[in-house]
Every structure is written in C-alpha cells, then in structure tokens.
Design a protein around this ligand. Structure first.
Ligand SMILES: CC(C)(COP(=O)(O)OP(=O)(O)OC[C@H]1O[C@@H](n2cnc3c(N)ncnc32)[C@H](O)[C@@H]1OP(=O)(O)O)[C@@H](O)C(=O)NCCC(=O)NCCS
Length: 158
C-alpha cells in the first residue's frame, strides 16, 4: 500500500536509504527535509515493512529528491508506482513540472524515468563529485507553457 510518510517512518526510510545508496542521506537531513513545507513523501509498505519510498520538493518546479526500492522488491512496478504517486502529490501542491538528477551510470533509474515520460535537459558535470548527472524534466500539467525568462526586479543599476 502506498501512503504518505509520517515522522515515525523516518528511521525505517533511513535504514532503506543506507541499503540502497553508497552515499545515503543523513538521518538529520531526512528529518529536516520532512519538516519543510514544500516536502511531500510517499512510501510503499508491505506487511508492515517499508520496501520503497520517494520524496519531492513541490515548488512551482518540483524536484524529485528521493526514490528507492529495497533490492528484493525491485522490478515489480513499485518504483513506477511511487514515482506516479509523488508526481500526483506535486501536482496537488501546485507544481507544473518535475525535475530530477540521476547519475549517468544509473541505467535502472534512467529507464524508469524515460518510461515515465522524463526527458533529458542537460548534463551536469561532476554533479555527484565523482560522476556526471543527467538533469531530466517532465511536464506534469499537460499544455503548460515554458516559464518566462528570469526578469530583474528592483532598480535598474545599469
Ligand atoms: C530505480 C529504482 C527505484 C527502480 O525501482 P523498481 O521498483 O525496480 O522499478 P519498476 O519495477 O517500477 O520498473 C519500472 C521500469 O523501470 C525500468 N527499470 C527498472 N529497473 C531496471 C533495471 N534494473 N534495468 C533496466 N530497466 C529498469 C524498466 O523500464 C521498468 O519497467 P519494466 O519492468 O516493465 O521493464 C530501483 O532500481 C532502485 O531503488 N535503485 C537504487 C536507488 C536509485 O538508484 N534511485 C534513483 C536515484 S536517481
């Protein structure tokens, strides 16, 4: 069952995060991110065990911050379901697009994102220190127009 995170879930999410990543988030960064107004988190629980989670910072442009599935539960559609759930959370919060970064070597995640409709925007060199990342994007609201270019606000100093 997919449901929203509660504060009590965070230690279990942290344990799974450490299982899934070489450079996991710190417990305190998960806790502080969870407290942010723009944060939305979803998780998949099977028989009381957290087997996957995802989290998004849902501003006008949402940022997929976290997604992982326990190794034993991969390739069953859980990652795709979590991604869809977190996209729905972002749309409900008013986001129009989702952005994410993914290691260039992470073929599993890349395939998941491409299948879900994400497109490459650019390559961010050494984004992870040791490796480049693809910046990917998906329009969450059909027909949404590109955001107007940044416009300077305040006195013109030129
Ligand atoms: C990426 C990840 C979340 C995918 O979770 P998952 O539950 O296995 O994904 P799904 O079963 O929903 O797969 C959906 C689609 O993604 C693609 N995909 C998933 N894993 C794949 C793999 N190992 N190789 C190739 N394609 C893969 C496939 O297109 C798949 O559809 P299909 O099974 O019909 O072919 C999981 O591999 C994971 O937790 N990886 C470690 C953490 C991580 O890298 N997170 C992303 C950080 S950017």
């Amino acid at each position: 069952m997919i449901r929203n995170w509660t504060a009590d879930d965070i230690p279990r999410i942290y344990r799974l995060e450490r299982e899934c990543f070489e450079n996991p988030w710190h417990l305190w960064s998960l806790e502080r991110t969870f407290e942010l107004k723009v944060f939305r988190g979803v998780l998949e629980e099977i028989d009381g065990v957290v087997v996957g989670y995802a989290g998004v910072l849902a501003g006008p442009d949402a940022d997929l911050a976290l997604i992982a599935v326990a190794p034993k539960f991969r390739r069953r559609g859980i990652g795709a379901a979590l991604l869809a759930a977190v996209e729905a959370e972002a749309v409900a919060a008013g986001s129009e697009r989702m952005f994410l970064e993914v290691r260039v070597s992470n073929t599993a995640a890349r395939s998941l994102y491409i299948k879900a409709g994400y497109e490459d925007v650019s390559v961010r060199e050494k984004y992870y220190g040791d490796e480049d990342a693809y910046l990917m994007k998906k329009d969450l609201v059909p027909g949404v127009k590109p955001r107007p270019k940044y416009k300077r606000v305040g006195p013109d100093v030129s």
